[in-house]
Design a protein around this ligand. Structure first.
Ligand code: ZN
Length: 153
């Protein structure tokens, strides 16, 4: 099995609905996604995927849709206020937790045709969540991706 990892940094805002704690206030993060691609075989160039293609597609999607955006649950009353200002939030069906945002990037990466096995979203330098449909045997950080704890920030 070959594996490559791409990090993409972006800034985003969010807040959690129906949550008791300071994360129900709008706030922002300097986030980092770690995208893990894997394949049993390599292409004609000897690659799992070209980092340039990852940058041109996944990073472009993040830049266009998530970077410097508020990411909100679709029924958040804040959506109306942001739209009234002529700005656009990125809306999702679930609470925009780190876990759900990791899954969002995973599904988008998959939809773009990359052999993604896991996506980790770092919300802060010491808090992150991973989404992987299958248990990942080893994490980049030497811990099982399914056992990592998340601290709300
Ligand atoms: Zn947060």
């Amino acid at each position: 099995m070959y594996e490559i990892v791409k990090h993409i940094d972006f800034c985003f805002g969010h807040r959690l609905i129906d949550y008791q704690g300071k994360c129900n206030q709008p706030h922002g993060h300097n986030g980092r996604v770690e995208i893990r691609l894997a394949s049993d075989t390599l292409d004609d160039m000897g690659m799992v995927a070209d980092f340039r293609d990852v940058r041109h597609s996944i990073q472009a999607w993040i830049d266009e849709h998530l970077d410097h955006r508020m990411i909100l649950r679709r029924d958040d009353p804040l959506v109306e206020a942001i739209e009234a200002l002529g700005q656009h939030a990125y809306l999702i069906d679930n609470n925009p937790t780190t876990e759900n945002l990791a899954r969002l990037v995973f599904e988008q990466t998959q939809a773009l045709g990359f052999p993604v096995i896991a996506v980790t979203l770092w919300e802060t330098p010491d808090s992150y969540a991973t989404y992987a449909p299958e248990p990942v045997s080893h994490g980049v950080n030497g811990r099982n991706a399914t056992e990592q704890a998340v601290t709300r920030t």
